[in-house]
Design a protein around this ligand. Structure first.
Ligand code: URA
Length: 442
């Protein structure tokens, strides 16, 4: 394929010839475009960016390169994407909670990326949980229990599979149009009516500045809206770990606690925020009513019932699923070592070294450094105090769960992960900014 017209347009900042761009995307998926040719196009997009209309066209073409779920008449179909955080276990609660509110949620999720955990790794901490669902199995699961959570696979947006792998080895990952098309094409292939995008910003996010987070949010909202999906991006703070638990099995435990009507307020508020946006975009209800419905299903056991049914639908033995939702640790187990850090002074929790904590847990097996690394599901942190909470000298502030014993250096590193100071004048909040598409109900 002669890419010159595409490369020239990219260099000139104009729209690429439509038919050629569509043929290129199809050729990447079916293998008729070789990797060298695809790489020269990726490098040109990475260097020059591309027009907004080309970003939408690229997203649409990538969606069309594989299966697109089509739904029978019924409740709205919705999903969420997060750009990745530390302790970000929202999907585990959001999918069942929205299903309990009557929506359909065919969620595609990924494994951990860099220092951030992945929904699939968390679910695979549950014995028997099968995330490898075909598009048909996803549709059957949604018909039976209202939601499913499946790993991204070659049937959906296969062009992205090829391009993503090439981007990884050609230093072309950090490109706004490429990230946008990659994320939105997969979500759009689920046949969605509405999508919420959680764009993380802060020390432990991929986007460190509000300007960068906003640019990504706007680009993704435009692309998803361009494909007819009502979309809201929520830019949320990622400076402190979310909730109380970080680590694969530990985050399943916290999620179940929240669906038992207890658990972390920080986590619950973020799930409610995301669910409220999706309910108001798709149902004829006001935000207050949507928020109330989310709180009700988290508190009255309805979301937990759907979670249990989803586990069984996705391969977990019914008796194991029942034990899991009653007493998660009895099923998931516990790491052989726990090291607890005590407050060195009296005051208020001022900050967490969130990125360093995530990397520390990753080095103990909570995440991967190579594609085929095995995850240790039991490794992670439990926070006994969250940002801003008062603490007395010698109170436990966090416990690290680990399988390999710590050396002396690691023990002194752990102590530095939390700082105690004077109370902050502004209470910590997660939501920084919302960006809504014109298709969103006012
Ligand atoms: N996640 C994706 O799926 N694609 C990207 O490009 C970045 C994050």
């Amino acid at each position: 394929m002669n890419l010159t017209p595409l490369l020239n347009a990219l260099q000139a900042g104009t729209d690429q010839p439509r038919d050629l761009l569509l043929a290129f995307v199809e050729g990447v998926a079916n293998g008729s475009v070789d990797h060298e040719t695809a790489t020269s196009w990726l490098k040109a997009v990475h260097q020059h960016g591309c027009t907004r209309s080309d970003t939408v066209l690229l997203t649409e073409a990538m969606r069309a390169s594989g299966a697109i779920l089509t739904w029978p008449e019924g409740p709205p179909v919705v999903d969420k994407h997060s750009t990745g955080g530390v302790g970000d276990k929202m999907s585990l609660m959001l999918a069942p909670a929205l299903a309990a509110c009557g929506l359909r949620v065919p969620m595609l999720a990924g494994r951990g990326l860099g220092h951030t955990g992945g929904t699939i790794d968390k679910l695979e901490a549950i014995p028997g949980f099968n995330c490898q669902l075909t598009p048909e199995a996803m549709m059957e699961a949604v018909a039976n229990v209202g939601c499913c959570i499946a790993v991204q696979n070659d049937a959906i947006a296969p062009t992205d599979g090829v391009l993503y792998a090439l981007r990884d080895v050609t230093d072309t990952i950090d490109s706004l149009p490429l990230i946008t098309a990659s994320i939105v094409s997969k979500k759009a292939a689920e046949g969605l009516d509405a999508l919420v995008l959680d764009v993380k910003v802060g020390e432990a996010a991929f986007m460190k500045t509000l300007d960068d987070a906003r640019a990504l949010a706007v680009s993704m909202v435009e692309a998803a809206t361009g494909l007819g999906i009502k979309t809201e991006a929520q830019i949320t703070d990622m400076n402190a770990p979310i909730g109380t638990h970080v680590g694969n099995a530990l985050e399943v435990i916290e999620s179940i606690e929240v669906m038992q009507g207890r658990g972390s307020a920080d986590t619950r508020e973020l799930v409610v925020l995301q669910g409220t946006a999706l309910l108001t975009m798709t149902m004829e209800i006001r935000a207050e009513e949507a928020e109330q419905r989310m709180r009700t299903v988290l508190n009255n056991g309805a979301a937990l019932d759907v979670f249990q049914a989803m586990c069984v639908q996705q391969g977990v033995e019914p008796s194991v699923a029942a034990a899991l939702v009653a007493d998660p640790q009895s099923v998931l187990g516990q790491a052989p070592h726990q090291t607890t850090i005590l407050a060195t002074e009296t005051g208020h929790v001022g900050s967490f070294q969130t990125m360093a904590m995530a990397q520390f847990a990753r080095s103990h097996g909570a995440g991967r450094f190579h594609l085929d690394d095995a995850i240790d599901p039991l490794v992670g942190f439990v926070l006994h105090r969250t940002m801003g909470s008062p603490v007395t000298k010698n109170d436990p502030v966090l416990t690290f769960h680990h399988t390999r014993p710590l050396d002396d250096d690691e023990t002194s590193t752990l102590v530095q992960f939390v700082s105690v100071g004077s109370p902050s004048t502004t209470p910590p909040t997660r939501l920084v900014e919302r960006i809504q598409s014109s298709l969103t109900k006012p």
